[in-house]
Design a binder for this molecule. Structure first.
Ligand SMILES: C[S@@+](CC[C@H](N)C(=O)[O-])C[C@H]1O[C@@H](n2cnc3c(N)ncnc32)[C@H](O)[C@@H]1O
Length: 246
C-alpha cells in the first residue's frame, strides 16, 4: 500500500487483498443484492439517489461506475436520467458482474450499460475518456486506495466530477453506539447464515473501521489530484458522499 493504513483482508494474511476481495464477492454474489437492501432497510437506495443527483447536475454523457458489482449504482443512474448515453461499469469480481449483466439484459439496457472486468488500480481506458466517475461502497475494498483514486482521475476529462459513496464512522451519540452493535454483531450473524460465507460480513465492519473517513479521505482525494473536494455526511455519519473535481 502507498500509505500506512492498516490493511484489512477478508480471509488470510498471506494472499494479496485483491484476490481475496474478488473471491469473497464471487462467493456472495448470489445473495449480495438481497442482503444489501435488507441490512440497510433500503436506506442505501436513498444514499445512492443523493449521490447521483450530484452527478446529474453535470449531465455526464459518458460515465464510469468503478467497482460496479451487480450494477445497482449504474442502473439507478440510468433510472434517474443522469444524462449519460453510455455507462461502463468495471469490477474485479466476475460473479458480481454476471448477476449485474442479467439485470441489464432483463431491462434491455445492453446498448447503454456495459459491465466488464476491470481493476480500479489499472483501468483499461485512455486518459480523459469519461465525463464523470462514481463508486459506491467500492473504495474501501481497493488494495491500493491511492492508486485507485489516481487512476479514476486519469480517465476523467478535465473539469469533470468524481463522486464516491462509502461507509464512514458516525461520531454522534447514539448513532455511533447503535451502528457499532448492529454492524459488529447483528450483520455478521445474519450475513453468515444467508451468504454462507463466514468472513464476508465480519470483514465489512473491520474494513469500515480501518478505512480513512471524513477529512482523512478528502486529503487522499486531494493527493490524487482532485480539487474542490467536499463531504456530505449521511444518516448521522453512517455513510458519506465525497466529491472531487479533476
Ligand atoms: C460492496 S461491493 C459494491 C458494489 C456496487 N458498487 C454497489 O453499490 O452495490 C464492492 C465491489 O468492489 C469490487 N472491487 C474491489 N476492489 C476492486 C478493484 N480493485 N477494482 C474494481 N472493483 C473492485 C468488488 O469486487 C465488489 O464487487
Amino acid at each position: 500500500m502507498s500509505t500506512s493504513v492498516k490493511e484489512v483482508k477478508p480471509y488470510s494474511e498471506a494472499e494479496e487483498k485483491k484476490e481475496q476481495v474478488a473471491r469473497m464477492f464471487n462467493n456472495i454474489s448470489g445473495s449480495y443484492d438481497f442482503l444489501n437492501h435488507f441490512f440497510s432497510l433500503g436506506i442505501d437506495i436513498l444514499w445512492r439517489k443523493k449521490a447521483i443527483r450530484i452527478l446529474r447536475k453535470e449531465s455526464p454523457k459518458t460515465l464510469l461506475d468503478v467497482a460496479t458489482g451487480t450494477g445497482d449504482f449504474a442502473l439507478e443512474a440510468l433510472r434517474m436520467n443522469v444524462g449519460a448515453t453510455k455507462i461502463i461499469g468495471v469490477d474485479i469480481s466476475e460473479g458480481m458482474l454476471e448477476v449485474g449483466r442479467k439485470k441489464v439484459i432483463a431491462k434491455g439496457l445492453e446498448n447503454i450499460l456495459e459491465l466488464k472486468l476491470g481493476d480500479s488500480e489499472n483501468l483499461p481506458f485512455e486518459k480523459e475518456t469519461f465525463d464523470g466517475c462514481m463508486v459506491a461502497f467500492g473504495v474501501r475494498n481497493f488494495q491500493d486506495l491511492d492508486k485507485g483514486l489516481t487512476e479514476m482521475n486519469r480517465v476523467l476529462k478535465p473539469g469533470s466530477l468524481c463522486v464516491v459513496l462509502e461507509f464512514s464512522q458516525p461520531t454522534v451519540f447514539p448513532v455511533k453506539q447503535l451502528f457499532k452493535f448492529y454492524f459488529k454483531y447483528i450483520m455478521p450473524t445474519i450475513g453468515r447464515l444467508v451468504s454462507k460465507d463466514r468472513r464476508a460480513y465480519e470483514y465489512l465492519p473491520e474494513s469500515v473501521e480501518a478505512f480513512p473517513s471524513g477529512m482523512k479521505f478528502i486529503s487522499r482525494m486531494e493527493k490524487a489530484g482532485y480539487r474542490e473536494c467536499q463531504i456530505i455526511s449521511l444518516s448521522g455519519g453512517i455513510a458519506s458522499i465525497y466529491i472531487g473535481r479533476k
